[in-house]
Design a protein around this ligand. Structure first.
Ligand SMILES: [Zn+2]
Length: 502
């Protein structure tokens, strides 16, 4: 499906819609409806089960979304978190430089100074997409943070956090104190981040308010052993920066072992990259052929990142590979900056008596982008029907219960629905219309199991007390005893956990 078709379907089903819709919508803001909100929650829970499951020393915190100005000054966001903006002197619309220069410079403008971008705009003289005038200019770097007055005192400012990561860095000292004072220590945040995007676009892909799930792992660069054997033979779909520099943009499946031995990628990095890859492939169920791990070169990545691999997925609706997450090795940049900014020494003493500033490995995950990818990749037309083939543990609604005939079979069906709700599952009870139409609704909403109560369930005979379970993906049906229903369905709803060593 293309982006418009997919969005129309999601909007019609109440998965998401424009925020403040009755006022014409607010650019870059979307609301999730019942199905979208439930799906988002399950994606977040699947992320928690996987990434917090990597170690007993990884924890989730729930910090404030507002950061005082001193924090974003120390982190560098006040000065550097900018996008080059291009403004039309004809109609006064603003654009991102990379979109205006897309055809002239498809590789983007990351890392270019505003002078260099102004020069490109002069040289290629692109027209304003809105009014057609050739009067575009580059006025100033545009800061992407939302700033606001903080309290009643004049001059006190705070910012909506532009990323959840900063909260983890700020929490490190306290988490060290309350924890067992050992590295590695992982601090995760799942929550909203805010960016005043110049040109929000592609629905959930570039938003002004979005949800991130990020894990910051603080570690001792001289002492961090990971269970590399668990992933040693995983083949990773790599696009390496050194190959791209030589003109080769294609995917080269490479084992973790070769990545460490031949590309000199540290074991801790290769291990987490492989575990992230498994999450997208095995937990979210993205087809292996749609994934690639795209290494950013030294000039493309932020200067403090020593290594950066973006996780990209090939989406028909967005016309190619799009970033949905990343693994960053940030060195000691973050704690050093906040040590300097706060005046609090964030160095720690290791078990063997060395005084070090911990390094950071960051695993980022865009919840909204992946929600969109789960729709793009799993919501398919299958002959006459539209089916959302989500992994069952991600399905917003987990079981549908139907009485074949509303009056005759309704009471028993309602009891079964209550029993299944008692298991903690999201159950939809539907007795309206013919069964075919009910199945169609179930398929489109991605409900993996539909339980039907019919005459045989109720009347004396060999099948008394049995129900049929219809499976969404292949439409096959099983007849089984009511008493065995919960045990049959339960395994499908367990979030996958990462394998542990030993
Ligand atoms: Zn214009």
């Amino acid at each position: 499906m293309n982006s418009d078709e997919l969005y129309a379907l999601l909007r019609r089903r109440g998965v998401l819609w424009p925020s403040s819709e009755i006022y014409g919508g607010a650019q870059g803001l979307y609301d999730y409806g019942p199905l979208g909100a439930a799906l988002k929650r399950r994606i977040e829970d699947a992320w928690r089960a996987w990434f917090l499951g990597l170690s007993d020393d990884y924890y989730e915190i729930d910090p404030a979304e507002l950061l005082p100005e001193a924090v974003v000054r120390a982190s560098g966001h006040l000065e550097n978190f900018t996008d080059p903006e291009v403004v039309c002197d004809g109609c006064h619309r603003a654009y991102r430089a990379d979109t205006i220069l897309e055809s002239a410079r498809p590789e983007g403008v990351d890392g270019l100074s505003s002078e260099a971008i102004a020069d490109l705009v002069r040289r290629f003289a692109p027209r304003c997409p809105a009014c057609g005038a050739e009067r575009l200019r580059v006025p100033r770097p545009f800061n992407l943070m939302f700033g606001l007055e903080f309290g009643a005192a004049a001059g006190d400012r705070a910012y909506l956090r532009p990323e959840t990561a900063q909260n983890s860095y700020l929490a490190f000292a306290r988490m060290w104190e309350v924890g067992r004072k050992a590295l590695p220590l992982g601090i995760a945040v799942v929550g909203k981040a805010f960016r005043n995007e110049i040109a929000p676009r592609q629905i959930l892909y570039r938003l002004r308010a979005f949800t991130q799930a990020e894990l910051q792992i603080f570690f001792d660069p001289e002492r961090w052993t990971v269970p590399i054997d668990v992933v040693r033979h995983d083949a990773l779909p790599l696009v390496l920066a050194r190959r791209r520099a030589a003109g080769d943009e294609s995917i080269h499946p490479t084992t973790v072992e070769a990545l460490v031995r031949e590309e000199n990628v540290p074991e801790f990095f290769a291990y987490h990259l492989a575990m992230a890859h498994r999450f997208y492939r095995d937990v979210l169920g993205y087809p292996a052929g749609r994934l690639r791990l795209f290494e950013k070169s030294e000039t493309e990545r932020a200067f403090y990142n020593r290594l950066q691999f973006d996780v990209e997925v090939n989406l028909d609706s967005l016309g190619g590979f799009r970033e949905v997450g990343a693994v960053h090795y940030r060195g000691d940049y973050d704690l050093s900056r906040h040590s300097a900014g706060s005046g609090r020494d964030l160095a720690v003493t290791t078990g063997d008596g060395r005084r070090i500033v911990p390094h950071v490995l960051e695993l980022t995950f865009g919840v909204d982008r992946n929600l969109w990818a789960l729709a793009d990749l799993h919501l398919v037309r299958d002959g006459e029907r539209t089916v959302w083939k989500l992994p069952p543990y991600l399905a917003p609604l987990q079981v549908a219960v139907f009485p074949l005939l509303k009056k005759e079979h309704g009471p028993v069906a309602r009891t079964i629905a209550e029993e299944l709700r008692g298991e903690g599952w999201a159950v939809e009870y539907d007795d309206a219309g013919n069964v075919g139409r009910r199945y169609a609704r179930v398929d489109e909403a991605g409900i993996p199991f539909a339980v039907t109560v019919d005459r045989e369930t109720i009347e004396p005979g060999p099948a008394q007390g049995t129900v049929t379970v219809r499976l969404r993906d292949d439409r096959s049906q099983e007849r089984l005893a009511r008493a065995r229903l919960a045990a049959r369905l339960r395994p499908a709803f367990v979030f996958p956990h990462p394998p542990r060593a030993g």
